[in-house]
Design a protein around this ligand. Structure first.
Ligand SMILES: Cc1cc2nc3c(=O)[nH]c(=O)nc-3n(C[C@H](O)[C@H](O)[C@H](O)COP(=O)(O)O)c2cc1C
Length: 242
């Protein structure tokens, strides 16, 4: 399939064929490809929980309100955000960037570029990603409002705004995964119809982790696998040429 064929093949599959297993290693490889998704500040504040154990699958399905898209799935991936790991991820990006700049930047620009990265990943990231009952977010909003009088500035800096930032990037990884799966001829269904508290308990996720999306996986069961034809509102309604 070429890219357009892959994108047309991908549908949200609600019933999988239990007789047709999928290869765990191929699913894992699709998750490796998912890490190539663009993501905010390259912070990669995501985790992919790949579930293949039948008992755990049934618990996850229960947490997903036992939708057929999960109860008939042969494997499930839970995309999780890990905003709580921002210090660790910032450090690893900064370590990489120092070497990257030394290897690839012109000599005379290296010192400044490294300093810029150190400021961003060492200080600004901590200021942006830290959470404390909404208070740090309020402080950031006030600060950006003040600075915003004099210059352009990113204004979405409340604690909820930053949660959205982290979830957006994780969802791009989920979409990249679903496209990679379609390329293998495998089906998926993204779900947000789940009880996050139960899911977190089943997966033993720490307090700072949040479930972004559940993606069930398998092979569609003939024509029953999908809910009929695909519907999209007319393109003219969503396309704005400016
Ligand atoms: C974030 C998100 C959450 C979704 N949650 C569910 C869900 O809980 N249950 C479900 O059956 N489908 C769910 N879907 C699938 C959508 O209903 C589906 O993508 C949409 O109807 C378009 O159909 P298509 O994916 O076949 O093109 C979800 C999709 C997205 C992107």
């Amino acid at each position: 399939m070429n890219l357009e064929e892959v994108l047309r093949f991908r549908r949200s599959v609600r019933i999988y064929d239990k007789e047709k297993p999928i290869d765990t290693d191929k699913v894992k490889h699709c998750l490796e490809l998912a890490t190539l998704a663009p993501n905010s500040s390259n912070m990669q504040l995501w985790e992919f929980h790949h579930i293949t154990d039948p008992q755990l699958l049934s618990k996850i399905s229960k947490a997903c309100l036992d939708q057929t898209a999960t109860s008939t799935a042969s494997q499930i991936v839970v995309f999780v955000t890990r905003q709580d790991l921002y210090r660790k991820r910032a450090k690893s990006v900064l370590d990489f960037e120092r070497g990257n700049i030394r290897r690839n930047s012109p000599k005379e620009r290296q010192t400044k570029r490294i300093k810029d990265r150190e400021l961003y990943y060492g200080k600004i990231v901590s200021l942006l990603y830290a959470r404390f009952f909404g208070l740090l977010g309020m402080f950031r909003v006030l600060l950006t409002k003040g600075i915003g009088i004099f210059r352009t500035i990113t204004r979405e800096v409340s604690e909820n705004d930053i949660r959205v930032v982290v979830h957006k990037s994780c969802a791009l990884a989920a979409q990249t995964f679903m496209i990679a799966m379609a390329n293998e001829g495998y089906d998926t269904c993204p779900l947000e119809g789940f009880d996050s508290k139960v899911l977190k308990r089943v997966l033993k996720l720490p307090h700072g982790a949040e479930v972004n999306m559940v993606v069930s996986c398998g092979i569609r069961k003939g024509n029953d696998g999908i809910w009929g034809e695909r519907y999209r509102v007319p393109f003219e309604e969503v396309y704005v040429r400016v």
